[in-house]
Write a protein that binds this ligand. Structure first.
Ligand SMILES: C=CC1=C(C)c2cc3[nH]c(cc4nc(cc5[nH]c(cc1n2)c(C)c5CCC(=O)O)C(CCC(=O)O)=C4C)c(C)c3C=C
Ligand SMILES: [Fe+2]
Ligand SMILES: [Fe+2]
Length: 337
């Protein structure tokens, strides 16, 4: 019996938190031309010569902080999501999980789908908002690999799901467990991107200026594929679900790498501003991710918490990611054709 193939793809994580494996991971990740989008020779010099050798031991230390008996949280929850989706969809479907970088590779997952005799493939990159560096990179590699097959089956792609109703509901529900009224301010901290990549992402031409924040806040035909406009939309929808007014929340961007400008406001700057205003307790969403990872478990839960306390604040509380939430599996099932 033939089946429909579903390929879930998340970003990837090192095979272990040891420096050698982190080095391999960062090398593959940062040599991706969609991630560090500079000329190839400059990329080789910068990444292989400077960033990977200096960053790997430091990043390995951080991975050791979040690694647990299940290994990497990102891989653990991604695998669980694939397993739960398989159970939800039943025998007419074959669900595979892949990671864009390291393992399980997209190549091996496609081979498993083929061996499972699927007669179509639907690719779902696990990034709610479209970015060239995440979704775009996954779609490009899948297309490159499949283009080498003699017979290319019907194949379809999910490009983003930033406004998925069930996803918005679970984020809001996870926040309610923390009693949002007891916090002084709410942050929606998205993974940042270099400004240059947002400029390049201007799919429809020049009617949209992302540097003007008011233009990001309204999703329309001119900006609907923009990572920022989609991010503000996710934040607006979660805020609406929680009845948060605009003065009570801020959208910001974390994880800047390198010296060039990334999209602002930076989360660290927002923490400084809020501390200076006397805010003590912050509730932080991380809605660019559908599973806990280094960025949620370390950067927000440890780094930003400590930074905010050093500035006079009291507490930074992360809203749990979607992880093994059955409602998120229902959201994924709803995306399946
Ligand atoms: C929303 C998804 C992501 C986008 C877009 C993205 C862009 C992006 N990332 C870097 C550099 C790093 N990211 C790192 C970790 C990391 N990034 C994402 C997701 C997106 N990245 C995730 C889920 C993770 C965590 C993975 C895990 O195993 O838990 C890292 C590694 C950690 C570190 O050394 O800080 C780097 C480096 C760039 C440069 C970029 C876009 C240009
Ligand atoms: Fe990243
Ligand atoms: Fe990061």
């Amino acid at each position: 019996m033939s089946k429909k193939g579903i390929l879930l793809v998340n970003l990837g994580t090192p095979d272990s938190p040891e420096t050698a494996d982190v080095k391999k991971y960062l090398d593959q990740f940062l040599m991706d031309e969609r991630v560090i989008d500079i000329p190839k020779l400059n990329r080789i010099l910068l990444i292989k010569g400077i960033i990977v050798p200096f960053r790997s031991p430091k990043t390995a230390k951080l991975y050791k902080e979040i690694w647990n008996e299940n290994g990497s949280p990102l891989l653990y929850y991604s695998r669980l999501q694939a397993k739960m989706l398989q159970e939800r969809l039943g025998d007419d479907y074959h669900v595979e999980l892949a990671m864009r970088y390291q393992n399980p590779s997209i190549e091996s997952a496609l081979a498993n789908l083929k061996a499972g005799r699927v007669d179509s493939i639907q690719v779902i990159p696990l990034f709610p908002q479209y970015a060239s560096a995440s979704t775009g990179s996954v779609l490009q590699l899948v297309m490159k690999l499949v283009s080498k097959w003699h017979t290319i089956p019907p194949i379809s792609f999910v490009n983003s799901f930033h406004d998925n109703e069930l996803m918005i509901k679970i984020f809001a529900e996870n926040a309610r467990k923390h009693n949002p009224e007891s916090y002084d301010h709410v942050l929606f901290s998205f993974h940042g991107l270099p400004e240059r990549q947002i400029d390049k992402g201007d799919y429809f031409g020049k009617n949209y200026n992302f540097r003007d924040i008011s233009q990001r806040e309204v999703l329309n035909d001119d900006n609907k594929f923009c990572y920022l406009a989609q991010s503000y939309d996710t934040a607006r929808l979660i805020a609406k679900e929680l009845n948060l007014s605009k003065e009570n929340y801020t959208v910001c961007f974390q994880s800047r790498l390198g010296k060039e400008p990334w999209v602002q406001p930076y989360t660290t700057d927002v923490l400084k501003k809020l501390a200076a205003e006397g805010k003590k307790r912050l509730l932080v969403f991380s809605p660019a991710f559908v599973a806990d990872c280094l960025e949620t478990l370390y950067e927000i839960t440890v780094e930003y918490h400590e930074e905010f306390r050093a500035l006079g604040g009291e507490h930074v509380q992360l809203v749990e990611s979607l992880n093994d939430s059955p409602v998120f599996i229902e959201a994924l099932a709803g995306m399946v054709k």
